[in-house]
Ligand binder design. Structure first.
Ligand code: FES
Length: 121
């Protein structure tokens, strides 16, 4: 048997975080459109607070992270949840509540908030 066959694959271990959500908080100084102009920081803060309040934060659960430009600016403000790779475009804090309660807590993607596949830079 080779060493390769004896080495467990990284996928065999449970992930450090069950889900990871990244918010684009990119701010452009030259008046170009960016997620920071559309309430991204407030959405990030709200998400982080709600995840913590619901007891979902931490290893084996959920991590809420800041990100720079995620290169899907036309759909901003945007956030992406892994491991599903579900891209969201949100309008207000009730949208964030729905992403937390449905996707981050229950694993159900919020289809009404998904960013269309053809929305890019
Ligand atoms: S500025 Fe947010 S995705 Fe580019």
């Amino acid at each position: 048997m080779s060493d390769k066959q004896n080495t467990p694959s990284p996928q065999a271990k449970p992930p450090y975080f069950e889900r990871h959500i990244f918010f684009c908080l990119n701010e452009r100084k030259n008046q170009e459109a960016c997620c920071a102009q559309s309430g991204a920081q407030a959405a990030f803060d709200h998400c982080k607070g709600r995840v913590k309040a619901l007891g979902l934060a931490g290893p084996g659960q959920v991590r809420v992270n800041k990100a720079g430009c995620l290169d899907r600016c036309a759909g901003g403000p945007v956030a992406v949840v892994y491991p599903e790779g579900a891209w969201y475009s949100f309008v207000d804090l009730s949208d964030i509540d729905e992403i937390v309660d449905s996707h981050l807590k229950e694993g159900r993607v919020v289809t009404r908030l998904l960013l269309p596949a053809d929305v890019g830079h």
